[in-house]
Design a protein around this ligand. Structure first.
Ligand code: SAH
Ligand code: SF4
Ligand code: F3S
Length: 455
C-alpha cells in the first residue's frame, strides 16, 4: 500500500514539474544572475528546458546598456506574445536591467507580459508567480543595499562545464556620466568571501578548470568582519589557492582603482591569468572628465606601464566609446593614439548611446552626428583589427599552455582553447579532451585566432 502511495506521489511530481525557458542578454553578470534565477525556480518546482515551445514560463533577462540592446529585447518578446496567443497558460517575465529601468511601465507597454522583476528581487519570484496565478500582472523592482544571493548555489547554465563565473559583488557606485548600470543595479555591495570560496570550491569539485570572478568594479571589492578583512587581491589569492590546476580570471577592473598590489598578485600567482581587461572608454583627459571616469590619460598610461613592467606577457583588452557628447576630432584622435600606444589584444567598441536620466543625458547634448559616430567607430575598429593582428603575429613561434574548452566550429578533428592571455588557439585534436591542459605551439594566425599544433 505504501509503495503504491509513493508511486502516485512520484507521478504527481513529474506531472506538476513546470518548465522554465530562460534567455539572457547583456553582460556576464546577467548570465550569472540567470543561474541564480534558475536555482530559485528549481526550488519552486520548475525544471529547465531548452525548447521554448515546451515552456510554461519564459524569462528574458535583459540589458539596458545601449538603446539597441533594449530594442533587440523589444523585438524578441513580440515572438513570446505570439507563443502566448497559442498557449494562454504560458507566463512571460522580464527580468534584469530593462525591468529595473522601466519598472511597471513595461507592464503597461507590453500588456502580454505577466511579470517584471529587477535584479535584486529574484527571491520574490515564487511569490509573484503565486499571487499572479489569477492572471494579474506583477512587479517587484525594489533595489537592495544588501542582496548578494550569497547563499544560493547557482544552477550552471554554461554548456561546457569547464569555465564558470562567480559573482563577487553587485551594483556600482561610480556613476560614469554615460552609464545606466548604477540605476539598474543599485549600490555597490560585496559578497561574503566565505560564500564565494564555497561556490568556487564546489565548481572545482564539479570539474571546472577556470573561474572568472565578476563585478562591475572588482577592485573595490571589500569585506570587513572581525578578524577577516578581505580586499580583492586577498580574495583572488584565496580563490587561486583552491587548486593549482584552476585558472582564475576577473572582470571588470576600473582603471582608477587597479592597485599595484593587485598587479603584483597577478604577476606572482601562476594560476591567476596574465590577462587584464581595463576599459579606457576614451583617450583624452577632457573626454574622460566629461565621462566622470576619475582618471586622466596620463594616469591610465601609468597603470598600463606598471602592468607591462611587472607582467611583460600580459594580455590587455579594453572597452571604447566613440562619439560621446561633445567629442571633437582632436579628442577622437587622442583615443586612436592611446590605442596605438597600448597595443590592445582585443577591444569591445561601441557608439555612444544616450541613456535616459544619466548625468550625460541631463547635462550634455548628444551632439556628435550619427554619421560621424559611425565613421569614428569604424576607424577605431580598423585600428583595433590591425593591433590584434600585430599582437597575434608576435605569438607565432611561441608555445602556450592551453585550456581546451571547445571543439572547433570548422572541424570535429580540431579543438580550440585559450591561452593564459585569453587568446583563442585552434589545433588538431589527436586524443585531446575538453578540459585538458595541453601545450600548443603557435604556427600561424588571423586577426581573431591563433593556429598551432600540440607539442
Ligand atoms: N563596469 C564596467 C563596464 C560595464 S558596461 C567598467 O566600468 O569598465 C560595458 C561597457 O559598455 C562599458 O565599458 C562602456 O564601454 C559601454 N557603455 C556603457 N554605457 C554606454 C553607453 N551609454 N553608450 C555606449 N556604450 C556604453
Ligand atoms: Fe558603468 Fe562606470 Fe559603473 Fe562601469 S564603472 S558599470 S561604466 S558606472
Ligand atoms: Fe547590461 Fe545590466 Fe550588464 S545594463 S551590461 S545587463 S549590468
Amino acid at each position: 500500500c505504501f509503495i503504491f502511495a509513493d508511486e502516485i506521489q512520484i507521478t504527481l511530481t513529474i506531472m506538476e514539474s513546470k518548465k522554465l525557458y530562460i534567455e539572457t542578454y547583456g553582460c556576464q553578470m546577467n548570465f550569472s544572475d540567470s543561474e541564480v534565477v534558475a536555482s530559485i525556480l528549481n526550488q519552486d518546482g520548475y525544471t529547465l528546458t531548452d525548447d521554448i515551445k515546451d515552456a510554461d514560463l519564459i524569462f528574458v533577462n535583459t540589458c539596458s546598456i545601449r538603446d539597441n540592446a533594449e530594442r533587440r529585447v523589444r523585438n524578441r518578446i513580440q515572438e513570446f506574445k505570439h507563443l502566448k496567443s497559442m498557449k494562454p497558460t504560458l507566463k512571460v517575465g522580464i527580468l534584469g536591467c530593462m525591468a529595473e529601468r522601466l519598472k511597471e511601465n513595461l507592464l503597461k507597454e507590453e500588456s502580454f507580459v505577466d511579470l517584471v522583476v529587477g535584479p535584486d528581487a529574484y527571491r520574490d519570484i515564487p511569490r509573484l508567480l503565486e499571487e499572479g496565478s489569477d492572471g494579474r500582472q506583477m512587479a517587484n523592482t525594489i533595489l537592495s543595499l544588501e542582496e548578494t544571493y550569497a547563499d544560493i548555489t547557482p544552477v550552471r547554465l554554461d554548456k561546457n562545464g569547464i569555465s564558470g563565473f562567480v559573482s563577487i559583488m553587485r551594483g556600482c557606485d561610480n556613476y560614469c556620466a554615460y552609464c545606466v548600470v548604477p540605476f539598474t543595479r543599485g549600490h555597490e555591495r560585496s559578497r561574503d568571501p566565505k560564500s564565494i570560496l564555497t561556490e568556487a570550491k564546489d565548481l572545482v569539485a564539479k570539474g571546472y578548470k577556470e573561474i572568472t570572478l565578476l563585478g562591475q568594479n572588482v577592485n573595490s571589492f571589500k569585506w570587513k568582519e572581525e578578524g577577516n578583512d578581505v580586499n580583492f587581491s586577498a580574495l583572488m589569492t584565496q580563490v587561486a589557492a583552491i587548486s593549482p590546476e584552476l585558472r582564475v580570471r576577473f572582470s571588470t577592473s576600473h582603471p582608477k582603482d587597479i592597485s599595484e598590489e593587485l598587479i603584483e598578485v597577478i604577476a606572482n600567482t601562476p594560476n591567476i591569468c596574465n590577462s587584464i581587461h581595463l576599459p579606457v572608454q576614451a583617450g583624452s583627459s577632457s573626454m574622460l572628465k566629461r565621462m566622470k571616469r576619475n582618471y586622466t590619460r596620463e594616469m591610465y598610461i601609468d597603470r598600463i606601464e606598471k602592468i607591462k613592467s611587472l607582467i611583460p606577457d600580459c594580455g590587455l583588452s579594453t572597452d571604447i566609446i566613440a562619439g560621446y557628447c561633445g567629442e571633437t576630432e582632436e579628442e577622437h584622435q587622442a583615443t586612436l593614439t592611446l590605442m596605438k600606444m597600448v597595443g590592445y589584444d582585443f577591444a569591445f567598441m561601441f557608439k555612444y548611446s544616450e541613456r535616459p536620466d544619466t548625468l550625460a543625458a541631463n547635462k550634455y547634448a548628444d551632439d556628435v552626428p550619427e554619421k560621424v559616430k559611425g565613421e569614428r567607430l569604424q576607424e577605431i575598429i580598423n585600428l583595433q583589427q590591425e593591433s590584434s593582428h600585430q599582437s597575434n603575429l608576435k605569438d607565432v613561434g611561441k608555445t602556450f599552455r592551453v585550456l581546451v574548452d571547445n571543439v572547433s566550429k570548422r572541424s570535429k578533428l580540431q579543438m580550440s582553447g585559450r591561452t593564459d592571455q585569453n587568446k583563442v588557439i585552434v589545433f588538431d585534436r589527436k586524443d585531446t579532451q575538453l578540459g585538458d591542459y595541453v601545450n600548443v605551439e603557435c604556427t600561424s594566425c588571423t586577426t581573431a585566432t591563433l593556429m598551432g599544433h600540440l607539442v
